[in-house]
Design a protein around this ligand. Structure first.
Ligand SMILES: O=c1ccn([C@@H]2O[C@H](COP(=O)(O)OP(=O)(O)O[C@H]3O[C@H](CO)[C@@H](O)[C@H](O)[C@H]3O)[C@@H](O)[C@H]2O)c(=O)[nH]1
Ligand SMILES: [Mn+2]
Length: 508
């Protein structure tokens, strides 16, 4: 049952205390208290003052109509002076009016979502789904490895049960320097993650944090200084290797994974590489004794004359490799030049996906990216705030904004073309990892999934997963990530975008 009521002067569109279903609950649902008069995990609210805005917009529309009517009724007669100027001006006014109406369609019905993470935590305790986070990088020169691992560390430090968190770095540059940087990050994470959680550090990209923080927490100044020193050491090590362009033999001896770069491999022609640097299953621990998130390096096979479909190709490879290793039910993909600026956002996303009534209608949760490197007054609008703060909320009012290609949570199965019904959320909770195979077995199996020929004569990149069809990169980079989510595959889906609470969730 649905109804509307007013709360804190905002109209609530959906409120569903009874879970809204008339079917028998499953055993698992009963155990978890699902459907027992539960409150919703998120609310959708229309913009404050919407009616006022709509009245204003209607008055402008009326004025436009009156101008056009005046123009039409007073066209100078044939041969009269100024006839063509009049017609020209009328045409311009028609076009401007039309353009204005188009822009208003995005401003007519803005909606905002509000999540209730406390309800989520009480209801599900720690019974959360596995989350796999994909970070993509393509070139160690353009995307410095120290920036890449800052992104990786920021998402490894999310407030989420670490045994359920896996981070994958896809390296289309196939670079041993990036691999080295990730190895350093896997060590630094042992100190960084517990430190962040103990002192509630934000943001959790160490680079961004130490740039902003001039001093540490009062009760942890010593630790702060130690971590800062550790970070600076790591930064120096990585930058000096990156600047020299070679990984020397002393470093190579530190990990057997470097043997992958011993042959004639080049960034554009090399074998598939998968290295599990931290295996969350085998109890790898941080310095405080907590389990670490899984961390995987992946470089898909490259051959000189094979098209690799840029980021879309990397995403599809990541999907296959991760399904072999951690098989998280939820996937977040980020670019290597953005970092998490809010460590709670996985739970925000779960509030949407795991909502009993509406969860199955949510296709993806998109985090707006906020840009760091714009000029002081952002004269040219490079931070595209109008898109993330207005247009997307306007589109959301009609069912959802566009997928912009990153900073986005999806269900794994939705990327694989699964149809959803109202039992979806239990799948989010109940997925299991392969605890029997060794890391080596997993790596070997995963490698076979990222060869150049794997997708040949299959639906990958076409009907299933991230579409290759628009990958005239970079011209269509925004649509290249467009999903193979044709209506026939996922008929029930809405799209969703976070706001206010999650503002600045990603920066870069
Ligand atoms: O062959 C490639 C090329 C690019 N990338 C990665 O893809 C990401 C995006 O590439 P970038 O060159 O940074 O594209 P932008 O134009 O800056 O990014 C826009 O377009 C991307 C592709 O749709 C979206 O992911 C971004 O959110 C959006 O800001 C980066 O992490 C790259 O490392 C790869 O993994 N493999
Ligand atoms: Mn970018």
């Amino acid at each position: 049952m649905k109804w509307s009521f007013t709360c804190q002067h905002k109209q609530i569109l959906s409120h569903r205390p009874n879970g809204g279903r008339n079917r028998e609950r499953t055993k698992q649902e009963r155990e978890m208290g699902v459907g027992e008069g539960k409150l919703p995990l998120f609310e959708t609210r229309v913009r404050k003052g919407r009616t006022l805005y709509q009245l204003y917009a209607l008055s402008v529309l009326l004025s436009i109509c009156m101008i056009l009517a005046y123009r039409a009724l007073h066209i100078p007669a044939d041969g009269e002076k100024g006839r063509w100027a009049w017609i020209g001006l009328s045409m311009a006014e028609i076009w401007f009016g039309f353009y204005w109406i188009l822009t208003q369609s995005l401003r007519w019905n803005l909606v905002y979502h509000h999540t209730f993470k406390d309800r989520l935590s009480t209801r599900y305790k720690n019974n959360f789904p596995g989350v796999d986070i994909f970070v993509c990088t393509a070139d160690p020169k353009i995307e410095p490895p120290i920036m890449v691992i800052n992104t990786v560390l920021s998402v490894m430090a999310y407030e989420y049960p670490t045994e359920k968190l896996s981070v994958y770095l896809s390296d289309d540059g196939g670079s041993d320097i990036t691999f080295y940087a990730l190895l350093e990050a896997s060590r630094f994470a042992k100190a960084w993650i517990p430190f962040c959680k103990k002192y509630k550090i934000e943001p959790r990209s160490p680079g961004a944090y130490f740039k902003e923080a001039s001093s540490g927490p009062d009760d942890g100044l010593r630790e702060w200084l130690d971590i800062k020193r550790l970070y600076e050491e790591m930064e120096n090590n990585i930058n000096s290797v990156a600047n020299s362009g070679v990984v020397n033999n002393d470093i190579r001896k530190q990990h057997k994974g470097f043997s992958e770069w011993s042959g004639t491999a080049t960034p554009r022609d090399h074998q598939p590489i998968v290295k599990i640097l931290i295996d969350g299953r085998d109890g790898a621990r941080d310095f405080e004794g907590n389990v670490l998130p899984t961390l995987v390096y992946m470089a898909r096979e490259k051959k000189l004359h094979r098209h690799h479909n840029f980021k879309a190709g990397a995403m599809n490879s990541l999907l296959r490799v991760s399904s072999e290793i951690s098989n998280g039910a939820l996937i977040l993909n980020v670019d290597c030049d953005m970092y998490s600026n809010n460590s709670e956002t996985i739970k925000d996303a779960l509030c949407f996906f795991m909502d009993e009534e509406k969860g199955h209608e949510v296709a993806f949760i998109q985090l707006p990216q906020h840009f760091n490197n714009v000029t002081k007054n952002d004269l040219y609008g490079n931070s595209i705030l109008a898109i993330s703060e207005i247009d997307f909320h306007g589109l959301d009012g009609y069912g959802g904004p566009l997928y912009v290609g990153s900073g986005c949570y999806h269900r794994r199965e939705s990327l694989l073309g699964k149809k959803y019904d109202q039992t979806h959320k239990l799948e989010l909770v109940a997925r299991e990892r392969d605890y029997k195979s060794t890391s080596l077995d997993l790596e070997e199996r995963a490698k076979n999934l990222i060869t150049c020929t794997f997708e040949d004569n299959t639906q990958w990149g076409n009907e299933v997963c991230v579409s290759h069809s628009f990958s005239v990169y970079p011209f269509f980079s925004l649509v290249q990530g467009h999903l193979g989510r044709k209506k026939k595959q996922i008929p029930m889906f809405n799209l969703s975008i976070m706001n206010k609470q999650q503002k600045n969730a990603l920066k870069g």
